[in-house]
Design a protein around this ligand. Structure first.
Ligand SMILES: Nc1ncnc2c1ncn2[C@@H]1O[C@H](COP(=O)(O)OP(=O)(O)OP(=O)(O)O)[C@@H](O)[C@H]1O
Length: 947
């Protein structure tokens, strides 16, 4: 039995503290050295069996600052596998934990979900997540379970009859609900759940609240009612698409009080945007099938969005006939068929999903490499969101939009969905924006971002078709003069079609009735097709010579001030040059060109060698097998990017696997053995060494079709030096061991090894200086002597004259070490004085006065006082002096955990060996690896810290 306190924040200044009596689940495991221990965090997770409650007054902020998590990073690593938060995430989580309402407006795939998934794991209370789609909830629950998080959904699709009871007993970390369920579930449910603790209510896809949003849902409007029941629970609205109007609507509708508003960039740098105008028909579909076959050969999933069910059916049929595993998803399919289709796609049993926008919101698959829109979308918001399903894992992916002119005639149809004049206008505006996107001849990313109110400083993103395709410019002054002149002469209150018909010499009733056949322009544009003229019209709109105005659903085109200025400078027989880029269609040569794109995102090996690419493919298959046997989706086992990092590092131990960014505890404990075995076998087959010396970074910065880079050992460091450094720094071997390493053809000198380590430090490799000082017997006095010798010699270019000025016991390694420290900007203060050094050796503990681990790119070394957190450090010193010269403690999982927790900044392997003096290095390493893979500790810069 263990007694603990659980403090809940209820009202502003009154807290209910409960004395909880936990039944300790004796989750004991055998550690490598046979010791049995209980994980400290297991204690926190236990169900209580007895509870007394009482209230008292307290200052919330002081409590929160105690609770305020140092834990955030370790929770992130433990459950999600990531070592750093993305922009905004940490600050949002902190605000939520402080109890503040928050509005989170961030791009699709930017990591919004994490903002509500982390708080319950820290606060140990349930997070309620309101989500619009059952399929989305199911996917998220599936993925969370694979991370060892207790998650469930309450919806009509829930088959576990105990789910609701479990939920109200607070058994879930995260509980998903539809808005209907949240509004209609009984108050007693909420009050019971409140008793066990609710840390937040997240309203996902919060734009559904607003009539100004493109996905308005009436039920979302009712959510404010929860505020009366869930007093003092922070509400969090999350959306990827919100204009200012929508943002304000969300805040008002959810009755948010002084919310923390986080607005991130909407720029999805890893996405390539492209648009093409096509002629609908079988030849286009054939080309599309050929194109998708190429995609499929390069792995990664594809979604094809169609505007009609008929298109969905036809394209699916053609893809299947072309041997591609394609499924479909649309509103006329039964729920069961849709679910099945969705499930197969998520689990990679389908390579392509052909769907209407019914498959839009809530597709949570992170490894979709291509999203194709066949037909102009109904709004730019929905296009951003649907195309945003692509490349959510940050890997380069592409979004193509194929449209035909006929798509633009659907305004009436879309407006039919509107229930108010406001909504009708909103729909029309959004549709017009989507059309502008189609016709745009300049940077598409710029247009998209500026539409969402974000400034994009450059005129070229370099990652859309308009920026990457070099387009010739041509002088279209005469044609522009004709079109603009005709529009002006017709009065400027028609759409584009009528003036174009006039130019093409039509005698339609509307033209003759208005006597436009008498205009001088009549018939002057016969040489070009109506489509050609329309393209020119859209170009003139996008360059500001014409303006398009929408009234109701009716669009008119008139000449802008800029256009009028141009017209004034023209005469019928002479026009000043007007250079505009030739678009695909305006060069009149469209038929000769392939209509689909040649750009294939996700192809290529992302900097991997041939053998590594092969290993990646094999591991993808292994992942698939694991996912099948676990009944889950491959991505839920581990993401593509994480798998690529595994391929690059090829870990041989669980500890090394656990150290890879993206690898979480569940992956290591559940699949670690299997994965390591596969990596070992497959690497052997492919002649790849294990524990490869490469570190992988996901580059989100410039994803010009390359979102993934590999950094190898420092360029100017030879493999021998790098290898020696790795053995010394990463594996913790002494210079002597390395010098006499059995794998060497001949032993080398200990000082040579130390010289290599110092060279590595100069090249930016991390070095544990305290250990080095101990190993070479460096003291402040020796450093001061060397410095005096340098001053006397007047140069530090040659070591020999310096050495000759120094006593015998100061050797070349001391001199090299001091020179390296100087070059790295380190101070003499970080070296122990000879007294400290003697003390350490005397008291037998050799507890190192750690200078710190420094890095070339970090700040110059700080003094110890600045580097260590006082209290635990002091505590440790007292313990050490109390221990005196008594026997060293035995190293076990428990004793090690206990000792490490005194060091907030972590300890090195050599510190551990010194403290647990009598234990062998092999036992310590074994134990550390085990504890790391169990996520009890984590290793960063060769310092072991408590999770
Ligand atoms: N701190 C992080 N480090 C690395 N990857 C992260 C981090 N946070 C989130 N991710 C990854 O980014 C991807 C997208 O995250 P998430 O699903 O939370 O995005 P989102 O903003 O909610 O997107 P959407 O609007 O589509 O729902 C996921 O694969 C997730 O695991």
């Amino acid at each position: 039995m263990v007694v603990g306190f659980n403090i809940n924040f209820r009202e502003k200044k009154t807290f209910v503290a409960r004395i909880l009596i936990f039944k300790k689940k004796e989750k004991k495991r055998a550690s490598p050295n046979g010791a049995k221990t209980c994980k400290p965090r297991v204690f926190l997770a236990h169900r209580r069996v007895l509870e007394f409650s009482f209230s008292f007054q307290f200052d919330p902020h002081s409590i929160r600052s105690i609770v305020k998590p140092m834990k955030m990073e370790s929770t992130l690593k433990e459950y999600f596998g990531f070592s750093t938060f993305r922009p905004y995430q940490k600050e949002i989580i902190e605000k939520i934990l402080e109890g503040r309402d928050s509005l989170v407006v961030m791009a699709t795939g930017s990591g919004k979900s994490l903002c509500y998934q982390v708080p319950p794991l820290i606060a140990k209370k349930t997070a309620i997540v309101i989500s619009p789609l059952i399929s989305l909830m199911q996917d998220q629950v599936m993925a969370l379970k694979q991370r060892g998080i207790k998650a469930e959904h309450l919806s009509t699709a829930q088959t576990n009859s105990n789910a609701q009871r479990n939920a109200e007993n607070g058994e879930y970390d995260i509980l998903y609900m539809t808005p209907e369920k949240a509004c209609f579930v009984s108050n007693s449910f909420w009050s019971r759940l409140l008793n066990t603790g609710i840390c937040l209510v997240a309203v996902d896809e919060a734009h559904c609240i607003s009539e100004w949003g493109h996905d308005f849902r009436v039920e979302y409007k009712q959510l404010y009612k929860l505020r009366d029941v869930l007093l003092n629970v922070p509400f969090v609205g999350l959306t990827a698409t919100a204009t200012e109007k929508v943002r304000n609507d969300i805040i008002d509708s959810l009755r948010m009080k002084d919310p923390h508003v986080a607005i991130g960039s909407f720029d999805r740098k890893n996405l390539y945007y492209g648009v093409k105008s096509v002629n609908r028909g079988s030849s286009f579909v054939d080309e599309l099938v050929a194109q998708i076959s190429k995609y499929v050969a390069n792995a990664g999933s594809t979604i094809v969005y169609c505007t009609t069910i008929k298109d969905v059916q036809e394209i699916t049929k053609s893809l299947c006939e072309g041997g591609i595993k394609a499924g479909m998803y649309h509103g006329q399919m039964s729920n069961k068929a849709r679910e099945e289709s969705h499930r197969s796609f998520i689990r990679d049993e389908l390579q392509v999903m052909v769907a209407t926008i019914a498959f839009g919101m809530g597709i949570d698959k992170p490894d979709i490499r291509h999203v194709i829109h066949y037909g102009c979308p109904k709004s730019l918001e929905s296009y951003y969101q649907e195309s945003g399903r692509c490349g959510r894992d940050g890997i380069a992916s592409d979004c193509w939009l194929y449209f035909s002119r006929g798509d633009f005639g659907k305004a009436e149809f879309y407006c039919g969905e509107a229930s108010s004049a406001n909504q009708k206008k909103a729909i029309m505006d959004s549709f017009m924006a989507a059309q502008r996107y189609c016709m745009q001849t300049t940077c598409r990313r710029k247009l998209l971002l500026e539409y969402f109110g974000e400034t994009f400083a450059s005129n070229k993103c370099g990652n859309c078709d308009n920026c990457t395709n070099t387009k010739e410019e041509s002088d279209i002054s005469r044609e522009a003069f004709l079109l603009m002149g005709c529009i002006q002469s017709c009065g400027g209150y028609w759409g584009l079609n009528l003036p174009i018909d006039v130019l093409r010499g039509s005698r339609a009733k509307k033209i003759t009735e208005n006597q436009f056949d008498n205009l001088p322009y009549h018939g002057l544009g016969k040489d070009f097709s109506a489509n050609w003229w329309k393209t020119l019209g859209f170009q003139l709109i996008s360059f500001g010579y014409l303006v398009e105005t929408v009234k109701d659903t009716y669009r008119t085109v008139s000449v802008s001030q800029e256009g009028a200025k141009f017209l004034r400078s023209c005469r019928p027989d002479h026009q000043p040059p007007l250079l505009l880029p030739i678009t695909y269609e305006s060069d009149g040569n469209q038929d000769k060109k392939s209509t689909v794109s040649d750009n294939i995102a996700g192809s290529g090996h992302d900097g991997m060698s041939q053998a590594e690419a092969e290993l990646y493919k094999m591991l993808l298959e292994e992942r698939m097998k694991l996912a099948r046997s676990a009944g889950t989706a491959p991505y839920a086992i581990c993401g593509d990017l994480t798998l690529k990092k595994i391929v690059a590092t090829r870990p041989s131990t669980k500890a090394r696997l656990a150290n890879i960014d993206g690898v979480n505890q569940h992956l290591v404990t559940r699949y670690g053995d299997h994965l390591l075995q596969s990596i070992q076998q497959l690497s052997k087959q492919l002649d790849l060494s294990l524990d490869g010396a490469v570190a992988v970074e996901a580059s989100q910065a410039n994803n010009n079709c390359k979102a993934y880079t590999i950094t190898k050992q420092p360029k100017d460091l030879s493999p021998a030096k790098y290898g020696a450094w790795k053995m010394w720094q990463e594996d913790g071997l002494s210079a002597e061991k390395i010098a006499n390493f059995p794998g060497r053809s001949a032993p080398i000198k200990v000082n040579t090894v130390l010289g290599y380590v110092l060279d590595a430090a100069r090249e930016g490799c991390v070095v544990d200086w305290t250990r080095l000082f101990n190993e070479i017997g460096m003291t402040q006095e020796i450093a001061a002597n060397i410095q005096a010798a340098i001053l006397k010699v007047g140069s530090k270019d040659k070591l020999k004259p310096i050495k000759e000025e120094l006593p015998e016991e100061v050797d070349y390694t001391h001199i090299k070490a001091w020179l390296t420290m100087q070059d790295l900007g380190m101070s003499i203060d970080v070296i122990p004085s000879s007294n400290q050094h003697a003390e350490q050796h005397c008291n037998g503990t050799e507890e190192s006065e750690r200078a710190t681990v420094t890095h070339l790119s970090e700040e110059p070394c700080k003094t110890e006082a600045a580097l260590f957190d006082d209290s635990p450090r002091k505590r440790q010193k007292v313990e050490l002096s109390e221990q005196g010269s008594g026997p060293s403690p035995e190293i076990t999982e428990a004793s090690l955990l206990d000792w490490i927790q005194s060091f907030r900044n972590g300890v090195t392997l050599s510190d551990i060996l010194k403290h647990f003096n009598g234990s062998t290095e092999a036992t310590a390493i074994d134990l550390l690896s085990y504890m790391e893979s169990e996520f009890l500790i984590f290793k960063k810069n060769n310092l072991y810290k408590l999770m």
